[in-house]
Design a protein around this ligand. Sequence first.
Ligand SMILES: [Zn+2]
Length: 299
Amino acid sequence: LFRSVKGVEMMFDYEKGKDLVVNATKPLGESYYSVVARAFDEGWVDMYPSKGKRSGAYSNGSAYDVHPYVLMNYNDDFDGVTTLAHEFGHAMHSYLSNKNQAFANADYSIFVAEVASTVNERLLAKLILEETTEKNARLSLLMDILDGFRTTLFRQTQFAEFELKIHEAVENGQPLTADVLNAMYKDILYRYYGHNEGICNIEDLYAVEWAYIPHFYYNFYVYQYATSFTASVALGQDILNGTPGATDKYLKFLSSGSSKYPIDLLKETGVDMTSEVPFVKAMEAMNYYMDEVEKLLGK
Ligand SMILES: [Zn+2]
């Protein structure tokens, strides 16, 4: 399942990564990208891995009166620059909400948080694709983008379906043993990956995958990756297509913290998550990338 294009290694050093993130966010206007540019000079980002530093990446916007801080472990590759764009989505969301909201409303919910980060990923993908002309490099990028659809939209929905099933089982008085969970998980995997249709072969061992996913021990978290991703594709398209008012509405959304319910905040940006429209737009975007791959492969 894991794609690779042989011989392609796209590298983006610190300067290139920084330029890409600043340039990718230019469609959001100067009030956004100029802050991103100055954040690098003002020490918001701890960029590189170092001895004793924790792994991963995150943005912390809780220093209300100061500015957000971004932790990175930048590796000069496509994943690194995507993560940088992602974390700056969170950082700018905090920056704008902290600036425009009273302390009590400045913090935002997860439902909207991952929208701000993944909109930046969409903007970055558009820019890098425009700059990349060599066939195999384009293929590699397109496969990375499509992998984002697979892992965020489909895989997280698969996780959410499993999560709902385990909660329903408990509600119905059914005990949850490892065997029960394995059977439930395997059934879902078979359906999502087309095991019975001969599309993918799911080995028995994969049925225990649930055990290592920490989110199943929280309460209904994972579906928000899929909803955020869907909303961000719809929003990203409106911004990149220059839909009148789209950028202003989006900046207002980023400045709103938790002053309204998440679903209402998104509605005001023109994305109604209670309708099928954002999902249809996300599928259109996915089909566009798949068409590009097929064009490159001459199919
Ligand atoms: Zn995030």
